[in-house]
Write a protein of this length. Structure first.
Lengths: 278, 128
């Protein structure tokens, strides 16, 4: 197989991954690494580098759509980014110390978790009524547009949210994924931010977090242009198409199928990690 | 009234940032496509080699070297420049937010945003 065919195949696979990722809300990044390593036999370090770049592309590409809706809370996002970017630095640093087998096993475990989250939609938690002193001082409370006006919200649990975000950033830096699911979890469950606001804010944070990890990977020589080219072009086009069909598709069955694929990839990933471990 | 006006300006800045990000992504994608075509025309028939990790050569690792290398119009160099533009889009977003917060005289968030920008710059320029 020459580079031309290799590039076209990876482009097509990334297109499908980006499309399904956008439709299910999981992001295409989560399947790119297993796809490249298991199907195309790429070293996991190159795969992680290409995946991180594709995560930045989808986040920045979707940003203008999210901004128009007016849901994202830039103060919450920026404050939590202190945690996610520092976490991403730590994750990228740890990645260079661990053997590729261990990274593959950790990746598989995170995939199992993602697969679980895909089926079990997180129920929206009750919004807080009383303001929290720390959140008030950080000017987190806000409002978002609803039909016929706006709805205000109070943010809770700042220290918990910040800690979970540090973890989300570390996972992102270690594995080259957006870890958007963990980010939404922190904002939705711990900080009681309305779902639409946390989703939009999370998109904004994913790109910045991935950029923090990508800088390190670039300097270490993990980001190969020839491999990254079809991955980002495929994921970008796929996620744009996916976002366009978001409201037409029957997503319930799709989520089940996607989560089954992720579970299979997870088992493969863990198996390959154990097999390669010396 | 003033609150409403401020919210509107906030939104205007955010819309500007959103458009800038989109322009960055489109520009990056064009560079990657152009570099990809040049590369495939020259090397398309050789064999891919990603099974064993060797790491990229120095001219594809660091910001200054990548920019210099891209101007020689090599396929790989142009793609890498496109990827660099892509990495720069969220960083530009953070940098512009400093400007937005300082317009609102929000010192706390100017500081918070500067910390984030410092971490990003450390990663891109200092992290080895």
């Amino acid at each position: 197989m020459n580079i031309l065919i290799f590039t076209i195949l990876i482009w097509a696979a990334s297109l499908i991954a980006g499309f399904l990722g956008a439709l299910t809300g999981l992001g295409g990044g989560v399947v790119i690494v297993p796809l490249l390593t298991l199907v195309f036999g790429v070293d996991i370090r190159y795969a992680i580098g290409a995946s991180l770049i594709s995560v930045i592309a989808t986040s920045s590409g979707a940003a203008s759509a999210y901004v128009k809706e007016g849901f994202s809370n830039i103060r919450i996002g920026m404050f939590l980014e202190v945690a996610t970017t520092l976490g991403a630095l730590l994750g990228a640093f740890i990645a260079t110390k661990l053997s590729t087998s261990v990274i593959a096993i950790i990746f598989g475990l995170i995939l199992i978790h993602s697969s679980y989250l895909t089926i079990k939609r997180i129920s929206e938690s009750q919004l807080a009524i009383k303001p929290d002193p720390l959140a008030t001082r950080l000017k987190f409370d806000g409002a978002y547009p609803v039909a016929g006006g706006s709805e205000s919200y109070h943010v809770q649990g700042v220290p918990q949210g910040f800690s979970i975000m540090f973890l989300a950033g570390s996972i992102s830096g270690l594995l080259g994924i957006g870890s958007g699911a963990v980010k939404v979890l922190a904002m939705d469950q711990a900080m009681r931010i309305p779902f639409k606001v946390s989703t939009a804010t999370s998109n904004f944070m994913i790109g910045v977090t991935a950029a923090a990890g990508a800088g390190i990977y670039l300097n270490r020589g993990y980001i190969d242009p020839v491999l990254a080219m079809p991955v980002i072009l495929g994921v970008l086009l796929g996620s744009l198409l996916g976002a366009r069909h978001l409201f037409e598709a029957e997503t319930k069955n799709l989520r089940l199928i996607f989560s089954a694929i992720i579970l299979l990839l997870a088992i493969e990933m863990i198996y390959s990690g154990i097999k390669g471990y010396h | 009234m003033t609150g409403q006006k401020q919210a509107w300006t906030d939104h205007k800045v955010e819309v500007f940032i959103g458009n800038l990000l989109r322009a960055g992504v489109i520009g990056a994608a064009l560079l990657v496509v152009l570099g990809g075509i040049i590369y495939l025309l020259h090397q398309g028939l050789s064999l891919p080699d990603f099974k064993t990790f060797k790491g990229e050569p120095q001219e594809l690792r660091h910001v200054g070297a990548i920019i210099k290398h891209a101007f020689s119009l090599h396929g790989r160099g142009l793609i890498q420049l496109g990827l660099l533009v892509l990495i720069a889009t969220p960083i530009a977003r953070v940098a512009l937010s400093i400007f937005a917060f300082s317009r609102q005289r929000d010192r706390l968030y100017v500081i918070v945003t500067c910390i984030v920008l410092a971490v990003l710059c450390y990663s891109l320029f200092g992290g080895r």
